[in-house]
Design a protein around this ligand. Sequence first.
Ligand code: DSN
Length: 414
Amino acid sequence: MPWSESNDDEVFDLVAAERQRQNTTLQLIASENFTSPAVMEITGSVLTNKYSEGYPGKRYYGGNMVIDEIEDLARSRVCELFGADHANVQPHSGSNANMAVYLAVLEVGDTVLGLSLDHGGHLSHGSPVNASGQLYNFVSYGVSASDERIDFDQMRDLARHHRPQLIVAGATAYPRQIDPVIVREIADEVGAIFLFDAAHIAGLIAGGAHADPVPHADIVTFTTHKTLRGPRGGCVLSTDAFAKAIDKAMFPGLQGGPLEHVIAAKAVAFREAAQPAFRDYAAQMVANAQALAAGLADHGFRLVSGGTDTHLVLVDLRSFDTELTGKDAQNACDASGITLNRNTIPDDPRSPFVTSGLRLGTPAVTTQGMTEAQMPVIAELLARTLRAHDDPAVLAAVRADVAGLCADYVPYPG
Ligand code: DSN
């Protein structure tokens, strides 16, 4: 029975509308990017048809001779890119990568240190509403009130007091580099395993803009679709000592059949990230974030930690407008064609659903070819939006200017 010949216009039209949205509005969500046509082509390939539970050479289904080569290629490319002993490229997401690590190295109820969610951590670092926080005894460290940077003295004190089995470093809304050497020292002092969650900064590491945590951490997890610019998915790197336990935890422990079409696209992205041009891209993401931060400060926005040395900026809206919430600001930005997300700031007086902050990132606009020259323009567009956040005429005018800017940097023409 052949496939239906009639096009599913309903879905295809919606995809076309989303492409139009991405082409004509600014994408400033720090965890998003524009992946390459090659990555998208491979993600949509015949590999989606194949079941391949298991690992290369040890599958539970026949017909995996080509798939084995693909997964081996992805594993060897990513090990070379980051200098790792072992890679598991099967996680469907960063959360799954983290959960597989917990399953591999912890017993239920074990104690873990992680960055608190409202200071920039991630749900899978022990939030009480996430399985990580429900299955394990997470103790949160945070940023210090004085400089809003990770308080390593607090991390050390908590480690000495709680003797955790695991220390998790890494963040989703933290604009500063995290020194893996200090975390290693603390982990060694208390005999803890050290996991570095590099979800946001994997592309900065691959491109040489941030220090590689692989030589210092026992295990490194990351997502492949943020600064790394690959397909949506996750990855775990580890020393040989943890390889077997992590592979077993991933499959059959946590996931079933791997997404080999995505794994092949990860292999493409790993190769792209190994090219010399990717080093320029990584450096430009950081330069753009710093220029954006400076532009926003000029308009009266307070920047958490005073700036950034990553691809993202965390804005405290209260210095700009005490009444303006992150939720209302995000809605106004949606109307003016600036896509970003509201975010809690450290010790936010408002709820995580409302928030007092915004998170902005430069991975996508940098892929489009924007540089430091465009960042003050974006800061101005944001300030105009938020100064008149309930005035539809101003929002429409900003939206037209956003479309004008994006017209010079169309990510997916044709
Ligand atoms: N949702 C991701 C982010 O935006 O940072 C984290 O999982």
